[in-house]
Design a protein around this ligand. Sequence first.
Ligand SMILES: Cc1cc2nc3c(=O)[nH]c(=O)nc-3n(C[C@H](O)[C@H](O)[C@H](O)COP(=O)(O)OP(=O)(O)OC[C@H]3O[C@@H](n4cnc5c(N)ncnc54)[C@H](O)[C@@H]3O)c2cc1C
Length: 482
Amino acid sequence: MKTPLNVYWVRRDLRLHDNPALSAIAQESKNFAVIFIFEPYMYLAKPQYNFGYPQRQFLIRAIPRFAKKFQYFHLIFDYPVKTFSRLAEKYDLTVYVNEDIHPDFYKQLNKLKRAGIKIKLFEDQLTVPKSLLTKDSQIYTVFTPFKKAAWRYLIEAKTASVASFSTMPIPELVSQSIPAVENEIANRVSNRRVFLFEGTELDLDEILGFAPNFDDWYFSEEEAIQIAVSFIEKKLANYHTNRNMLALDATSKLSLALAWGLISARTLKNLILDKLGLRYVEPDDKNNLGPVTFLSELIWREFYKYLLYHFPWLLNLEFQEKKRSILWVKGDVARRRFIAWIKAETGYDLVDAAMMQIAKTGYMHNRARMLVASILTKNLGVDWRAGQEYFRASLIDLDEASNNGGWQWSASVGADPKPIRIFNPYLQADKFDPTGLYRKKWLSETAHSWRNNESHVRDIEPIISHLDARQEALKRYGLFDD
Ligand SMILES: Cc1cc2nc3c(=O)[nH]c(=O)nc-3n(C[C@H](O)[C@H](O)[C@H](O)COP(=O)(O)OP(=O)(O)OC[C@H]3O[C@@H](n4cnc5c(N)ncnc54)[C@H](O)[C@@H]3O)c2cc1C
């Protein structure tokens, strides 16, 4: 008889609090092992791999902080199926893991199942049931009805508690385990910042000439909770009015925490209800507009995960069939425009400011994400998949489902009933950066910097005038005949 061995496989759930897989394994085993696997696609940085430099940099700092919470923590650089198959030869192995809503995770899971590995899978990232269907038993494809149905699942969701536990080393893995300290991880992880555009490699070090700085970010569960508490205390009440104002620091910046599971959406929801002194809040509660607007944003996150779970092909294909034949610009023109967009050289001030924000910090305000995505696809005619790829390579808070949903929505090819939305970069600037402070801050970092402190003057013209671009976009989308 083989000796039983229970392993908690850490993925995007770097926390102790409300961690369903950890809670279950701690209840069911006296002693268990903890493993984080740095898979080749994560550390090798080949241009075709969808794991960006910011995510590698995040893990270099976050893994040591998380590992400290356990008596013993295995950090392995290998393929999961190889690691677990070797253990299953010797042990009666059961792997406990929180479900990661990503097509790559399900591929891994199938490989493990084919190799005969016993898996215990726990729902975590998605609080709303995946099986939620419309009255006609269809998958929800429009946000508003989804939100109506999903709301109570989020608001009423329970959290999982974790009892005290003890973790142990697995003798067969000890020699293969890497010390969970920053230098050791950094030495094994590529620094390259490359990705594919029309089948050829683009290198961000060459294009931008500088790397982002992540020193202002946070990397642990404790910091994430502190940020959540402080946001709820100071900014939540006015979130509904301030969240779109680019120069105000009015949003939570919790996207990074949610993407890597430093905090769960359920805990965040509970912190908000505690603050309100309520056990339930209605989505249209007029007395709590800030909190319900914020909770509604958490439902957007759920919506995109739900869609990606049901339609994994969305990562590469337009949700709307009729939008799959748009003729995006190609070749040299596409490359020139795409690179100008990356380098903050489109000539639209607000777009360039936002592109500098992402290049320098790995983050961009949501309002600006919608705008730059609209400009790349509508004004510059570049395929949304290229933008999705650049964001993958650049965002520290990358969440595949939200990134994909955001790109498809902004390119008007996604789960959105409107035929086309064309953002006017000048009107957006007037409305959401009326003082010009956001532009001033980020444009001062660009090559074509702000020349005059009083007015919005730069020595660069738009690649294409917004009016011409608008007409071209309507034609490209088959919505206008001249
Ligand atoms: C083109 C594009 C790409 C995007 N890529 C990502 C991404 O990779 N990762 C990511 O987390 N979000 C992404 N978003 C959504 C949104 O821009 C970010 O969640 C938000 O800017 C993060 O900042 P915050 O935490 O301060 O947001 P807050 O305003 O404080 O919102 C709270 C939380 O709600 C969720 N949320 C808010 N807005 C959205 C939204 N529109 N869609 C889905 N969830 C939302 C996030 O989890 C966020 O942390 C993208 C949006 C667009 C238009």
